[in-house]
Design a protein around this ligand. Structure first.
Ligand SMILES: NC(=O)c1ccc[n+]([C@@H]2O[C@H](COP(=O)([O-])OP(=O)(O)OC[C@H]3O[C@@H](n4cnc5c(N)ncnc54)[C@H](O)[C@@H]3O)[C@@H](O)[C@H]2O)c1
Length: 416
């Protein structure tokens, strides 16, 4: 790490680097696909003065070249480029890495990054299985490194406002949350069938590095570029979308982790004969928590009328956050005879277009600030694992057609 005065602080293995509020954080970026490329924009927008992207790594040369270009344009330096993240991790100049690769690669990359003494921003879900996440949590705690998980709703001002309102008692007791994410598209644009680059081939796409710990098979561009659709690399809706919403319900309502989940669903909308997807496009999941708290989650990729949101339903009022940019507050009416304290409360409607962009920017800045000793991360691995556990519970319940119980003391699940 180089300070603004130019002095170099050398890191001893296992010891937290000396951190100064003015130091430049040197970042190595692993995975610069759709999310990585966007995150980079957000990092430059919010934290350009405090970071340098020193290296980028990707196994598709098209994305690697595009990211190098973004660093040159937005960061005004030329980053080193790698196809192998293990080589990037050997660079002693790199203080921290962003891991924005497919879900099944988070675990090996995270563990190797800790071994190499790097701070980490890892995209959600923390890992591909509960067991991997548990190992990562332990390693993270032992390392003392600064680690942020990419559940950026925690840095969204509207969810922070919702949490304060719940804490102030504005909706009374909260036992019930309804969370949903609905999407739709035309028949020729199936959900999660993202465009495969015209030039994609085994010559410019390192298939075996993409597979990593996943089962070996012949090069398949669908699996590589549309990895969300296959169990080998993704938990589908549960770990891609739902985790954001169970996470933020925990945050707003002061909860930690569910005790049980029952999920059901299937592939109802995207059933074309050429579509070999594994993961459902329709999912409902019911969660129970230890202290009389319930989340009713639903997701469907065949109708987007109701969009995205969470309804926090207290016995004296409702707060809903929609599309991460609208907050509505409605006190209960009680048949037009509300108690005086409820009658005194006024409806509230706030709309902040583009607030998710601001949240991502703030989430990354929070990580940079934490590395510089100016803040604490808002989504450490413990929080990322709580979110991931609920996601994995939904997948386990759905795939085994059974209710799943999470034993938080034993840190393990079983079916009933
Ligand atoms: N927080 C959010 O709101 C949010 C939104 C979207 C995606 N994500 C997460 O971001 C991550 C990436 O998703 P995405 O949509 O960008 O996927 P993507 O397929 O667009 O990008 C993944 C990138 O990783 C690269 N890659 C694959 N194997 C690699 C390897 N072994 N080494 C280096 N690079 C490798 C691919 O070439 C690609 O460029 C996922 O964990 C996803 O869940 C989070």
């Amino acid at each position: 790490m180089k300070t603004s005065a130019g002095a170099v602080t050398l890191a001893a293995p296992g010891i937290l680097r000396a951190q100064s509020p003015n130091s430049t954080v040197h970042i190595g970026w692993i995975g610069v696909g759709s999310r990585g490329y966007y995150l980079m924009d957000r990092l430059y927008t919010g934290s350009a003065a405090n970071i340098q992207v020193t290296a980028v790594c990707d196994t598709y040369t098209g994305n690697l070249a595009r990211a190098k270009d973004r660093v040159q344009t937005m960061g005004h330096n030329t980053p080193k480029t790698y196809a192998d993240y293990l080589e990037l991790l050997q660079d002693p100049e790199i203080d921290a890495v962003v891991i924005s690769t497919p879900e099944h690669l988070h675990y090996p990359m995270f563990m190797a990054a800790l071994k190499a003494n790097k701070n980490i921003y890892v995209e959600k879900p923390l890992a591909h299985t509960i067991e991997q996440g548990e190992e990562m949590l332990k390693a993270a705690e032992k390392s003392g490194k600064v680690i942020q998980v990419g559940t950026q709703n925690r840095s969204n001002s509207l969810y922070q406002q919702a949490r304060e309102m719940v804490e102030q008692g504005m909706i009374g007791e909260v036992h019930y949350v309804r969370a949903f994410w609905y999407r739709n598209s035309l028949d020729d644009n199936p959900a999660w069938r993202y465009k495969i680059p015209d030039d994609a081939s085994p010559r410019n796409t390192d298939w075996s590095k993409f597979l990593g710990p996943a089962p070996k098979m012949e090069f398949d561009p669908h699996r590589y570029y549309q990895w969300r659709l296959y169990w080998d690399y993704s938990g589908g809706i549960s770990t891609d979308l739902l985790v954001h919403q169970t996470d933020i319900s925990n945050f707003v309502c002061g909860k930690v982790v569910p005790t049980s989940c029952m999920a059901s669903g299937g592939i109802y909308r995207w059933t074309g004969s050429a579509d070999d997807r594994d993961v459902p496009d329709t999912l409902s999941a019911i969660y129970e928590y230890p202290d009389k708290f319930h989340i009713n989650y639903s997701c469907y990729f065949g109708n987007d009328h109701y969009g995205y949101g969470e309804n926090f339903m207290g016995n004296e009022g409702t707060i809903e956050v929609l599309n991460r940019q609208i907050l509505n507050y409605y006190p209960e009416k009680f048949g037009n005879k509300p108690p005086a304290k409820v009658a005194a409360r006024k409806e509230l409607h706030v709309e902040l277009p583009g607030n998710d962009n601001k949240a991502v920017e703030a989430h990354m800045k929070n990580w940079v600030d934490a590395m510089q000793g100016k803040a604490k991360v808002i989504a450490p691995p413990s929080v990322g694992q709580q979110a991931a556990i609920s996601g994995h519970m939904a997948t386990l319940s759905l795939r085994n057609n059974k209710k799943v119980i999470w034993d938080d003391k034993a840190r393990e699940y079983h079916f009933v």
